[in-house]
Design a protein around this ligand. Structure first.
Ligand code: UD1
Length: 454
């Protein structure tokens, strides 16, 4: 693309203002801007504008409650899930394309150190869980990571520089999601740098179709992987190889199983599971009215019990059917930096960000159920710089689960915090279990599986 063809394309959608500083740009910057203009999909841009102008803020309807969930804790499902994992039928996809704006970090969120003693990053914990689950089931297990153009190379470099945290490089694959332009309050494109049109990651909704089109789906399917465990990178309690979830999913012949927990209170910023056409469906907290979030039954209990954690088990075959599904776009009004004026200067402003949500594919599934877990076992997200869902609450939750886990394995009182367990305790082999049962727990701050318990 050259300047003239870029101008013609932009004029068609009345967006030629993004070329306003063309004469101030160095050659490299000009090319960068031209590449961005080339990538703009005019149809999608028009849809973005249309959606902005016809937008209604919050969903006003009253939703039917979803009460048909099942409770986790079925030992038979755990046993059968382990068997299915040991047969090499399960892979895990980690969703890690987000920006971490609320956490006030620049790089990939997965590189954030979270563990109590060793300061292991989110990525390291998930890699070590994968190794440990592999050891438990006697099988090399596979991970895929969805990044975004803003953190793709940095994520790969992080794994390479840390020798993939003990995984072999063939066990781990990366693919990137896409981006969508941000629109200002009038519905126009804008520059965030002199030569950069503002764009943002297009949400986690494209993750499964991108997973499919990246070729990883086929590679895994050819290996015999039949179920995909889907987790978000910002939740260190997410289990990449959740035996019970897989066992439940397969026993019930599901296309999708939603792993959820109970909502903490009416204010918690989580999507909720409602019932629609006799099936569970998820509505995002940003789109629900306060009345609906706070709705209670006559006994005072929350009407909508289940919190969405965006943790799922998908049948691989179901994923292959999603390629032609068109996803709705959701809008969020966010603080941004904008280049304005003559001479150009950078100002703070607000703009519309567009995202697809993963759970909008759920209505396509005909076989779908939700499995409810205790929060302490599955949900401690790292979202905010401070307060709720910050590093402090995450570390507390990790510490509590370590205490509970070592207590269950040994039958002894756990040591006083702070201490940290190796991830192998979360996927114990028979050898580990027999080695630790009834043994006093050493007073060290990092407990390894074969540390010769007293
Ligand atoms: C998400 C859920 C919400 C749930 C909450 C629980 C969605 C759409 N919403 O909300 O229902 O209650 O988590 O923690 O799933 N991400 C990408 N690409 C993007 C945007 C996000 O990969 O373009 C990833 C992030 O890295 C993160 C995850 O998706 O791992 C969640 O993103 P975030 O925007 O923080 O979602 P929440 O608003 O917390």
């Amino acid at each position: 693309m050259n300047f003239t063809s870029a101008l013609i394309k932009l004029e068609k959608i009345s967006q030629q203002h993004v070329l306003a500083y063309w004469n101030l740009l160095a050659n490299g910057e000009k090319n960068k801007l031209l590449n961005q203009i080339e990538l703009i999909d005019i149809e999608i841009f028009k849809k973005q504008q249309e959606q902005l102008f016809s937008r209604s803020d919050l969903l006003k309807e009253e939703f039917a409650p979803y009460n048909d969930y099942h409770f986790a804790g079925n030992v038979e499902d755990i046993a059968s899930g382990k068997k299915i994992i040991s047969e090499g039928k399960v892979g895990c996809l980690i969703i890690a394309g987000g920006q971490g704006t609320r956490l006030k970090i620049e790089g990939p969120k997965g590189t954030y150190p979270v563990s109590v003693i060793k300061h292991k990053s989110l990525f390291q914990l998930f890699a070590e869980k994968t190794l440990a689950a592999g050891k438990q089931t006697g099988r090399k297990l596979f991970l895929a990571i969805m990044t975004s153009p803003i953190n793709h190379q940095e994520t790969i470099d992080f794994f390479k520089n840390n020798s993939f945290f003990g995984l072999s490089s063939e066990q781990i694959s990366f693919f990137s999601q896409g981006t969508l332009p941000l629109l200002d309050s009038e519905g126009n494109l804008f520059l965030e740098e002199l030569a950069t049109i503002a764009v943002g990651p297009d949400g986690n909704g494209s993750s499964l179709t991108r997973f499919f089109s990246s070729g990883i789906w086929k590679e895994w399917n050819d290996k015999g992987i039949r179920y995909l465990n889907y987790i978000l990178v910002d939740n260190p309690l997410a289990d990449p190889f959740d035996a019970e979830l897989v066992g439940f999913h397969v026993r019930n012949e599901m296309e999708v199983t939603i792993k959820c927990t109970s909502r903490k209170d009416v204010k918690e910023k989580v999507g909720i599971i409602i019932q629609s056409q006799g099936k569970p469906k998820i509505v995002e907290y940003t789109e629900l009215s306060e009345t609906e979030m706070a709705a209670k039954n006559s006994d005072g209990q929350l009407r909508h019990v289940c919190a969405n954690l965006s943790l799922f088990c998908f049948k691989m075959e179901f994923i292959s059917k999603l390629t032609s599904v068109s996803m709705p776009m959701h809008l969020a009004y966010k603080a941004v930096k904008k280049i304005n004026g003559d001479p150009p200067c950078r100002t703070e402003d607000m703009a519309w960000k567009y995202e697809n949500f993963i759970f909008d594919i759920l209505p396509i599934a005909s076989k779908i159920k939700a499995l409810l877990y205790s929060r302490a076992n599955c949900f401690a997200p790292l979202k905010n710089y401070e307060g709720d869902n910050s590093i402090v609450t995450v570390k507390n939750a990790l510490q509590k689960l370590d205490q509970e886990t070592i207590k269950n394995i040994t039958g002894m009182h756990p040591p006083n915090p702070p201490f940290e367990l190796s991830q192998e305790f979360y996927y114990p082999t028979n050898e580990l279990l027999s080695c630790w049962l009834g043994k006093k727990i050493p007073h060290v701050n990092y407990i390894e599986p074969f540390q010769n318990p007293y």
